[in-house]
Design a protein around this ligand. Structure first.
Ligand SMILES: NC(=O)CC(=O)C(=O)O
Length: 304
């Protein structure tokens, strides 16, 4: 693992999750509604959130046939300034302007993205500063290919390519690691982020009616406790008329594994105060971060 600059430290902040409903086949309507909900999240709470999160695949129906149809070219090159005005992506333009208008950090869930070079389609999360700058993107690394007979068969790899780059970004209040949905099942990704100093891991996600009740909460609490970090997944609301029935239950878990807030299955906005004391006390009281036995097993975070 390449050495990274340390973040100055976790500060108290307010996190808002938008469990977005009304995601249908009309992309313009999806974007309009997502924008309205970001403004609502920023303006209707007693305390303005510092970071707002949208769910996985918020501008398109969720399914491999839809991804290439809804895919947009973003053309983000890490380390280079990005010109939102010149972007080919209508979703990026909307998210950037919503972040700027509200003056909040915004994790723009995920959208299908077509790479300008290799033409592959990715499931991509974009992140915006309060000034509306596109600060980073993250492409879902582990594709959701499962087959549980009689229950659910899904194959993202029919049309998507998996990303290759674990990603985090720094705000003035926290270092935030990113993943998307199925990535939560691969503990190495969150371990890497935690070892790089992330305080909070955010995974926009859309579990389903088979795996949701069994694993959605379990995995988030496990990743939070494994790594002693705040962990959050933000889902679309459940739509019984859609081809894919999302589980919902967006949540935020603290570093002790306690669920701080949880939605049901409908559209909702959740707010949580992130308290650095929980983070510090979890690590002080149960000091696993200093008790690892790398003389017995390898430090996976150091392998390249
Ligand atoms: N939709 C996903 O990517 C993952 C999922 O539903 C699961 O892991 O279960």
């Amino acid at each position: 693992m390449a050495s990274v600059l340390k973040h100055p430290g976790l500060k108290p902040f307010n996190l808002a999750l938008i469990q977005l409903g009304r995601i249908g086949s009309d992309k313009a309507a999806n974007l309009k509604h997502a924008r309205e909900m970001v403004i609502k999240a920023a303006t209707t709470a007693n305390k303005k959130p510092d970071l707002i999160v949208l769910p996985e695949c918020f501008n398109s129906p969720y399914g491999h046939v839809h991804f290439p149809v809804y895919a947009e070219k973003i053309g983000f090159i890490p380390g280079q300034p990005y010109d939102v005005e010149a972007s080919e992506s209508e979703s990026v333009k909307m998210l950037s302007s919503a972040a700027k208008e509200t003056g909040t950090w915004l994790i723009g869930g995920s959208i299908p993205e077509r790479d300008s070079g290799d033409n592959n389609v990715y499931n991509t999360c974009t992140v915006y500063s309060p000034k509306g700058e596109l600060v980073t993107i993250f492409r879902k690394i582990h594709l959701f290919d499962i087959d549980i007979p009689g229950k659910i068969k899904f194959k993202e790899s029919e049309t998507l390519t998996g990303g290759k780059t674990p990603t985090f970004f720094d705000t003035e209040f926290a270092r935030v690691g990113l993943g998307i949905c199925y990535d939560v099942r691969f503990s190495e990704l969150s371990m890497l982020a935690a070892r790089q100093g992330c305080h909070l891991l955010v995974y926009p996600g859309a579990f389903n009616m088979t795996t949701g009740p069994l694993h959605w909460e379990l995995l988030q609490r496990a990743r939070a406790v494994d790594n002693q970090v705040f962990f959050s997944m933000c889902s679309p609301a459940r739509d019984p008329s859609a081809g894919y029935h999302a589980w919902g239950h967006s949540m935020v878990v603290d570093p002790m594994g306690k669920i701080l807030v949880e939605a049901q299955d409908g559209e909702d906005i959740l707010y949580t105060d992130i308290d650095p004391t929980t983070f510090t006390e979890a690590r002080k009281g149960i000091p696993v971060t200093t008790q690892r036995r790398f003389d017995v097993y390898p430090d996976v975070s150091k392998s390249s």
